[in-house]
Design a protein around this ligand. Structure first.
Ligand code: PGA
Ligand code: ZN
Length: 398
């Protein structure tokens, strides 16, 4: 039984306040969880409230309904209670930031009480033998940096790595090599919110540099390292402008599809996230129809980890992958539901961090516990290495 819940404001990696929760149980279990926060948030995401307000609301509504009432080992009961007391569809009652922090803290307290590693508590006894490929942001711009690329993230993808540990270090080597390549051309090495280089270059140049760096490191390490991208196209899309707005012009929906398909083929891209606007299920479907056999087409802002939106995407053939961010939907149970609905329909999962993060490592366990194909959690910044290093520990453990 949950005996105590403490909520507090802590710092996130952008210097903003976020919600941290601590859950204690009667049997001596303890867990701590903290909410991340996005910058290029999807229009349909669960709502985050200002940290102070989210804490006040959760202390008034959620804490009394959980303490002395619900078992931390029963994650469904915890998450159902959070939904019930919130009373809205988008967690605007207590804030998705309070909800996800409590949900994650309860999961850890439950695992602690049971004496299980979190990934096993979340995934069950037979989980932990299939590891996600960590894909890492190495060059970026969009909403994460000014005066940088239009495409939000270029992602190193060490798909041939023999282990998670080697994949994690491969991404770090790609990141380091890119700095050298930028230095050689006297291009400034600014950084974006996630620690990726945010140089003042165009997308075409970024494709070249990331291609070169991943090929070189791949040759050096002796396994395949490709790359991918998160276009975060909802941020580029402007209806009044008639399409996707780039520094060098506007692309119509059909031109955008052609452009993405061309890049997939030219660079043999391993992963393409949000290539189309967040409401364009049809555009996504056209692109998936064209290149879905060759690459992973992943919906982030399109689905916002929401099973109803995912079902629409399944019905329309919009993608072959879904990005999973627990704070987009509010609880771990909801995130697992989205992963499972995807798995039943051949849609692979990529569990993801947010651009604003904390040292919380829950997503590393979620990715292993649900046998997700990918985990996207950056490359070298401390709040990112917290998750990557946890993956290394989990790999050693199993
Ligand atoms: P966000 O970006 O956390 O700022 O939303 C990450 C992403 O779009 O995947
Ligand atoms: Zn995204």
């Amino acid at each position: 039984l949950i005996t105590d819940i403490t909520l507090r404001r802590i710092l996130d990696s952008r210097g903003n306040a976020t919600v941290e929760a601590e859950v204690t149980t009667e049997a001596g279990g303890f867990g701590r969880g903290a909410a991340p926060s996005g910058a290029s948030t999807g229009e349909h995401e669960a709502l985050e409230l200002p940290a102070e307000e989210a804490i006040e609301k959760a202390e008034a509504e959620a804490v009394p309904a959980l303490v002395g009432e619900v078992d931390a080992t029963d994650q469904r009961a915890v998450d159902d209670t959070l939904r019930e007391v919130d009373g809205t569809d988008d967690f605007s009652g207590i804030g998705a930031n309070s909800a996800v922090a409590i949900s994650m803290a309860a999961a850890k307290a439950g695992a602690d009480e049971l004496g299980l590693p979190l990934f096993q508590h979340l995934g069950g006894t037979f989980r932990g033998d299939q590891f996600p490929t960590p894909i890492g942001n190495v060059v970026g711009g969009g909403e994460h940096a000014e005066e940088a690329t239009n495409i939000q993230e270029f992602l190193s993808a060490p798909v041939g790595a023999p282990s998670v540990t080697e994949a994690v270090f491969a991404n770090a080597k790609v990141h380091a090599r890119i700095k050298e390549l930028l230095n050689e051309e006297d291009i400034p090495t600014n950084k974006g919110d996630e620690g990726a280089w945010a140089p003042p270059i165009g997308d075409a140049k970024a494709f070249e540099i990331v291609d070169q760096a991943t090929s070189e490191i791949s040759d050096k390490l002796g396994f395949e390292i490709g790359f991918g991208m998160d276009m975060a196209a909802a941020e580029l899309y402007d209806e009044d402008e008639g399409g996707y707005v780039y520094d060098d012009g506007v692309k119509s929906t059909d031109e955008q599809i052609e452009y993405v398909a061309e890049m997939v083929r030219e660079y043999d891209l391993e992963f393409v996230e949000d290539p189309m606007d967040e409401n364009d299920f049809e555009g996504f479907a056209k692109l998936t129809d064209e290149v879905g056999d060759e690459t992973v087409i992943c919906g982030d802002d399109l689905y916002v980890t929401n099973v109803e939106r995912l079902q629409t995407g399944i019905d329309k053939g919009s993608s072959n992958s879904i990005l999973i961010k627990p704070n987009q939907i509010g609880t771990l149970s909801d995130a697992v539901d989205a992963i499972e609905l995807g798995a039943e329909n051949g849609i692979v999962a990529a569990v993801s961090h947010r651009s604003g993060e904390t040292e919380d490592t829950t997503i590393a366990h979620l990715a292993v516990g649900t046998a997700a194909d990918f985990i996207k959690t950056g490359t070298v910044a401390g709040e990112r290495t917290a998750k990557l290093n946890e993956l290394i520990r989990i790999e050693e453990q199993v």
